[in-house]
Design a protein. Structure first.
Length: 365
C-alpha cells in the first residue's frame, strides 16, 4: 500500500506491513481505534493475497453435538443443560451413528464434534463416539473436543492431557477444533467461563497436541466484556504459540450471539467491529496461513464482504448447527456446496473445496 496516500495515524503501521514487520499490541490498538476501515481492509487484503492469492476455502462438513449436559456455566452459553433439565440430552454412540446416517452425503469430509462437559458419563463414552464414527466412516476426518473438553476429560479421569489426547488419537481423533478459547485472559475467564480450562491450560493442550503431530484450530469469541487490549493479548498469545509449534492451521474470530433471537441490534456485534476484527486478525497473525470468516455468526452477506478484509476461509456446509442457534443466531443452520461457491464467486474470489488440512479437493474456476 502506498504511503503517499496513507492516513497519518496509520502510516507507521502501513510501513511495517509493507516491510513484513510484526505488529505490536500498540499497533493493534491503533488499528482498532482508527475510523479508517477501508485502509485497514486494504492492508489486510494485501497480506491475505500475498499468502493465499485469490483463493477462498470451504469444506463439506457435518456438525455433531452428542450431548448438551454440562458441568460448566459459561455466561454466554444457551446450549448447556443440567442433568434432568428440560431439553437435556445425551446421545448414545448408536444414536449418533443414526443421526449421521440420516444426514450423511458422500461428499462430507469432516465431522465437527463438540458438546457439553457431561460429568454423568464416563470418559469411555467420548472415546466410543469417535471409534464408532471412525469404524463406519473411515474416510471422514474427525475434528472433536475442544481444549476445554480435553482438560475436563483429564480432570475427570485423573490423567494428564497428553494421556487423554493419545487415547483419543488411538480411537480415531484427527484434529482439535478451536473452541473453548473464548478470550485468553484470566480476568475474562473468571467472569465469563470460570468452570473451564484456564488460559495456560488451553494453550498447553494445543501445545501438547502439536507435539504429538496434530494440526489444530483456534477461535476468539469477541463482543462481550473483553477490552480491545484483551482481544489483542489473545491474538499475541496464540501467535507466540504458533511461533513455537507451527501447529495452528487457521484463526477463527467468532462474534458472540445474544441470548435470544429477538435481542436488540445493540446486543449484537456491529458490522464495523466484525470486519475490523477479521482484518486486524489477519494483520496481527502473520504466522497463520488462514483467517476464517464464520458465516453462522456474522451472516452470509458480511462473510462475502470479509473476503476483501483478510478472510481466506468461510468454513463449510455444517448440515445442522446447534450451538450458536441455541442462543440468538439469525442465520441458516446449513449451506450447500453450490451456495458456498456462489458466495465466493460473488466476491470475485476463486472457490476451493478443501479437506480439514487445507489439501485442495476441487477448484471452481
Amino acid at each position: 500500500m502506498s504511503l503517499s496516500t496513507a492516513p497519518r495515524d496509520l502510516a507507521p503501521i502501513i510501513e511495517k506491513v509493507n516491510a513484513g514487520e510484526r505488529l505490536t499490541l500498540e499497533d493493534g490498538l491503533a488499528l482498532y481505534n482508527s475510523p479508517d476501515l477501508l485502509t485497514i481492509a486494504q492492508l489486510a487484503n494485501q497480506v491475505n493475497l500475498s499468502k493465499n492469492g485469490s483463493k477462498v476455502y470451504f469444506i463439506q462438513n457435518m456438525y455433531i453435538n452428542p450431548t448438551n449436559v454440562c458441568e460448566a456455566r459459561c455466561a454466554f452459553c444457551g446450549f448447556r443443560r443440567d442433568p434432568g433439565e428440560e431439553g437435556a440430552y445425551t446421545m448414545s454412540p448408536e444414536e449418533v451413528l443414526e443421526y449421521v446416517g440420516e444426514r450423511f452425503t458422500e461428499n462430507i469430509r469432516e465431522f465437527h464434534i463438540v458438546g457439553g462437559h457431561n460429568h454423568t458419563v464416563p470418559f469411555d463414552y467420548y472415546l466410543n463416539i469417535i471409534s464408532t464414527l471412525k469404524k463406519h466412516y473411515p474416510q471422514v476426518t474427525i475434528k472433536a473436543y475442544t481444549a476445554a473438553e480435553i482438560e475436563f476429560f483429564a480432570r475427570m479421569t485423573g490423567r494428564s492431557m497428553e494421556a487423554v489426547l493419545r487415547e483419543l488419537m488411538d480411537a480415531g481423533l484427527d484434529t482439535l477444533p478451536g473452541g473453548g478459547a473464548e478470550i485468553l485472559t484470566e480476568r475474562y475467564r473468571a467472569k465469563m467461563s470460570p468452570d473451564k480450562a484456564s488460559t495456560d491450560q488451553w494453550l498447553e493442550c494445543h501445545r501438547i497436541a502439536h507435539s504429538l503431530g496434530m494440526k489444530t484450530h483456534v477461535t476468539m469469541l469477541y463482543g462481550t466484556i473483553e477490552t480491545l487490549e484483551e482481544r489483542l493479548i489473545h491474538m499475541i498469545r496464540v501467535r507466540e504459540l504458533q511461533d513455537e509449534t507451527g501447529g495452528f492451521m487457521v484463526f477463527i474470530p467468532l462474534a458472540v450471539q445474544p441470548r435470544k433471537k429477538s435481542a436488540s441490534i445493540k446486543r449484537r456485534t456491529s458490522a464495523m467491529d466484525d470486519l475490523k476484527t477479521i482484518a486486524i486478525s489477519r494483520l496481527m497473525l502473520d504466522n497463520f496461513p488462514h483467517i476464517k470468516s464464520y458465516w453462522i455468526n456474522i451472516g452470509t452477506q458480511l462473510t462475502q464482504l470479509s473476503m476483501h478484509y483478510g478472510a481466506s476461509d468461510i468454513h463449510g456446509t455444517l448440515v445442522e448447527e446447534r450451538i450458536s442457534h441455541s442462543v440468538g443466531a439469525l442465520t441458516q443452520t446449513a449451506l450447500t456446496r453450490d451456495e458456498l461457491v456462489w458466495l465466493i464467486k460473488g466476491a470475485n474470489r476463486i472457490p476451493v473445496e478443501r479437506d480439514t488440512f487445507y489439501n485442495e479437493i476441487q477448484v471452481y474456476e
